[in-house]
Design a protein around this ligand. Structure first.
Ligand code: B12
Length: 818
């Protein structure tokens, strides 16, 4: 039976802890668990049998510490092959007792050492250690390799590379995360999983360290980002130290309950780790045997996920424009050339730091200097640089040997700069992309040179995509380069670059990049040309560029471009960064200082439910408002919720807008929250139905789209016995009168929130007069006051409660007259 096929059909069940079981069977503290494969194989077989009986489809061999370094602690390193072989044999013997498919998983734990530069073990030594154990397990007949409890992605990555070379069976790669969601060496879940997905492991997962509850929270949302199938092996809760002993406090029943969230999220394989026993596995299987496994997304959207060991930057149409820092390059900076010559990295590190501070998302590393050995330079720089910067790296070289060395040593998921459609280059680089999970910048040129039209460039791109497919590499692995040529040398090609970017996305769904500064070569005022061209390219959809992130003009343009091209929705990042700046090119005066913004933010508390309702409106948390009001309505009536918390909050939003602390996007989010909240409260406001009093037509005047206040007035009137016909917002005087006549309205109510639109109320009054109609008019809205109302011959009310009273009075006086 094929494991992949089985995991497509149903959730598959691993076993639970081996250590816990061996301790129960007499393993003493300080004794090598793996030595039992030789001296107590019968006990190992018993454990496997218990798990298979409980329902495990996969059992882990007793080889967690079966690597050279761990066995050395017991002077058993020379027996490595025998120990791993006997362990597989034990699992096979156990399997033979049952008449069903059981997979034997070669369990491998960490070495306990770190790779250079953090530790003392070289890449090659680490590779050898894992290669030897994987080979031993593979030769003995393991059906898969399961790396477990790994705490360093760098080490796990080497282990996976070794395993892929040693055997051709499925590989599981499991990391252990701390409660802060990071591994011991600082990798977050997404970056670590992304790196492993790049290497093509069959199942990615997490084991040990925490119980299912905490694990569920940690992997929440991971399936939106990772396609690879998921495996989870949680502990029986977080262990507690009781009377000097480690105790797992989670019962099998609670364990199963806590797993529900994880299964809902979508997993393919579930097992247990420390503290779990066959009893746990039995209950887990019973509960989830009919649950649906995670399905792999078929439609693959273009998104490039570049990871360092501690962070990821995703390039896509929806995410901010990606700035690839260009300055670690000997032809860009003389001091980088000095570093390469002197085998130093001090200038490189300083340049990396400055680019990072200036907002670069990825760092391009080019170490090509005539007379120097590029491969050796990468060997020195990559391990150090990858632990120095949290930004993912772009390996920039024309030398395939140097490229392979850089990719092999880089513990993250890199971008290659670059590949083209030249046959030799494709043959060398595509396999490297596949093996190391890398993405590549693709130059649309081939042996014939650079095509002069966008259409021809697209043809060249298609050629590479076809070739890439043979290696199982999809279009989502490429970033098309706009091939920016010097405009002063060839005036036609700037437009071709723009068009290539547009067509590459429209026709092929490819994301794009470019080396920008080439465009202005030989011209004065180069940064103006660069900036202008960048804007054209962004308009055509450009997703990233290799540029100088310290160039302020480009940075401002990119930040603004993110807003204009839907890469920074509601301009949230833009406003955060620039709210203290009034005019980039003139002065910074009269601007709101960052301090005032901070002071204002402090005014909004978030402690009590009342605070939270207020804060939800101020902060525009439209997803939260209904939940909060549902709580609020247990304590207050709807009218109170509106008057005491929500209306003051939206009024405060108006103040913030006035003070230029808030801008339109935030105003709109708050308004939408207010609207959603009012809609939620509407049925409560309408609960009491009263005797019909009169018919009212209500609208916000022409040119004005503010309707929150008007809606409240409308609800309140309805609640008090009026039949209300609400015409909505931005309504012309002609429509208002026409509808009022049609419905035989007794009163017409108009709302306006702006001084510019308030005058429409006067216009309406005159229009009515001109049409020889006389229906009582009541007006309101923040800008309207008693004086203005009197000047046009209308009634006024300052708020919704007063509006009801006034309406009753108007009807009363009509009736008296009548
Ligand atoms: C929310 C809001 C918006 C939302 C509106 C969403 C919506 N669906 O309503 C959005 C973001 C879309 C918006 C857009 C704009 N807004 Co605006 N907006 C506001 C804000 C912050 C709150 C208004 C509100 O809802 N208040 C809460 C409600 C409950 O109060 P109310 O409307 O006053 O209603 C009460 C009473 O007045 C009365 N009442 C209301 N109507 C009626 C009718 C009758 C008959 C009666 C009797 C009583 C009555 O009863 C209500 C309940 O007690 C105000 C600032 C403020 N503090 O007022 C600015 C404000 C009104 N907006 C303003 C501006 C300038 C704009 C924009 C032009 C912004 C821009 N630069 O593009 C656009 C206008 C577009 C247009 N053509 O209309 C200005 C108006 C300035 C002026 N004096 O002219 C204000 C004052 C902000 C400011 N200080 O600059 N805005």
């Amino acid at each position: 039976m094929d494991l992949h096929k089985l995991t497509d059909e149903r959730i598959v069940f691993l076993d639970g802890a081996m250590g816990t079981m061996l301790q129960r069977k007499g393993l003493k503290a300080g004794e090598s668990p793996e030595s039992w494969n030789l001296v107590h194989q019968d006990k190992i077989i018993e454990v496997h049998k218990e798990y298979i009986e409980a329902g495990s489809d996969i059992v882990n061999t007793n080889t967690f510490g079966g690597n050279t370094l761990k066995l050395k602690e017991y002077n058993l390193q020379d027996k490595l092959e025998e120990i791993n072989g006997k362990a597989v044999e034990a699992a096979k013997k156990a399997r033979d007792f049952f008449k069903r498919d059981v997979f034997i998983s070669g369990s491998i734990g960490p070495t306990g050492e770190f790779v250079k530069p953090v530790g003392n073990i070289s890449f090659d030594e680490m590779y050898e250690i894992y290669y030897r154990q994987v080979k031993a397990l593979g030769n003995a007949g393991a059906d898969l390799i399961n790396f477990e409890t790994m705490v360093d992605i760098g080490e796990l990555r080497i282990a996976v590379l070794a395993a892929k070379d040693a055997v051709k069976i499925p590989i599981f790669a499991n990391l252990t995360f701390n409660e802060d969601g990071r591994t011991l060496t600082g990798s977050d879940v997404f970056s670590a999983f992304n790196i492993l997905e790049g290497l093509g492991v069959d199942f990615i997962g997490t084991n040990c360290g925490m119980g299912p509850d905490e694990m569920g929270r940690m992997i929440n949302g991971i399936n939106q980002l990772i396609d690879t199938k998921i495996v989870v092996q949680a502990n029986a809760g977080i262990p507690k130290l009781i009377d000097g002993k480690t105790v797992f406090t989670c019962s099998p029943h609670d364990y199963v309950k806590q797993l529900e969230k994880i299964v809902e999220e979508g997993v393919n394989i579930i097992g247990g780790c420390c503290g779990t026993t066959p009893e746990f596995i039995k209950m887990v299987k019973e509960k989830f045997k009919d649950s649906l496994p995670k399905k792999i997304r078929q439609e693959k959207k273009s998104r490039i996920k570049l990871s360092s060991t501690t962070g990821t930057f995703m390039i896509s149409r929806e995410t901010p424009f990606c700035k690839i820092g260009e300055k670690i390059n000997p032809s860009a900076l003389k001091k980088i050339a000095d570093d390469i010559r002197l085998e130093s990295q001090s200038n490189m590190k300083e340049t990396a730091r400055k680019q990072e501070e200036a907002g670069a998302h990825v760092l391009d590393i080019n170490l090509g200097l005539g007379g120097s050995d590029e491969t050796k330079s990468f060997q020195r720089v990559i391990p150090e640089m990858s632990s120095f910067t949290k930004l993912p790296l772009c390996i920039d070289t024309t030398d395939p040997k140097a490229l392979e060395e850089a990719l092999r040593l880089y513990p993250g998921r890199a971008l290659i700069n670059s590949i083209s459609a030249e046959k030799e280059r494709m043959e060398k680089i595509l396999p490297l992309m596949k093996k190391y999970g890398a993405y590549a910048v693709f130059l649309p040129l081939d042996e014939k040179g650079i095509p002069e039209t966008a259409e021809e460039r697209i043809k060249v791109i298609k050629k590479v995509l076809n070739e890439a497919e043979k290696y199982g590499l999809g279009k989502e692995r490429f970033l098309v380069d706009a091939l920016v040529m010097t405009v002063s040398a060839n005036p036609k090609l700037a437009k071709v670059s723009v068009e290539t970017i547009r067509l590459a996305y429209e026709e092929l769904g490819l994301l794009s990049t470019c080396g920008l500064s080439n465009i202005s070569f030989g011209l004065p005022g180069r940064n103006a040309v660069n900036a202008s061209f960048l804007s054209m390219l962004m308009g055509a959809g450009l997703d990233s560029a290799i540029l100088n992130p310290e160039d302020e003009l480009l940075s401002i343009m990119i930040d603004a471009g993110n807003v204009l091209y839907e890469r920074d929705i509601h301009a949230i990042s833009y406003i955060k960064k620039y709210q203290q700046v009034k005019n980039f090119f003139k002065d910074n005066q009269g601007a709101q200082t960052a301090n005032t913004v901070l002071q204002e933010q402090k005014k909004v508390k978030n402690e009590t439910l009342e605070d939270k309702i207020y804060a939800a409106v101020v902060e525009g948390s439209k997803e939260e408002i209904t939940g909060l009001l549902a709580e609020g309505i247990k304590k207050y009536n709807a009218q109170e919720l509106l008057n005491r918390f929500m209306i003051p909050a939206i009024t405060y939003v108006g103040d913030l807008y006035d003070k230029k602390v808030y801008y339109l996007p935030q105003l709109m989010l708050s308004a939408e929250t207010m609207k959603k909240g009012t809609e939620y409260l509407e049925p409560y406001l309408k609960q009491e139905t009263r005797k019909f009093i009169a018919t009212i037509i209500i609208a916000t005047v022409k040119g004005d789209i503010h309707d929150i206040g008007k809606n409240i007035v409308s609800i309140m009137l309805e609640n008090n016995g009026f039949k209300v016909i609400d015409l909505g917002k931005d309504v012309s005087k002609e429509i208002v009168l026409e509808k009022a006549l049609e419905h035989k309205a007794d009163i017409i109510c108009l709302s306006a929130l702006m001084t510019t639109t308030m005058v429409e109320m006067g216009h309406f009054k005159e229009y009515m007069k001109a049409q020889r109609k006389e229906i009582p008019l009541m007006i309101g809205g923040a800008v309207v006051n008693q004086d203005y109302a009197a000047s046009i011959g209308a009634y006024f009310s300052k708020d919704a409660v007063e509006a009801v009273e006034r309406a009753k009075q108007i009807i009363g006086s009509i009736n008296k007259k009548g």
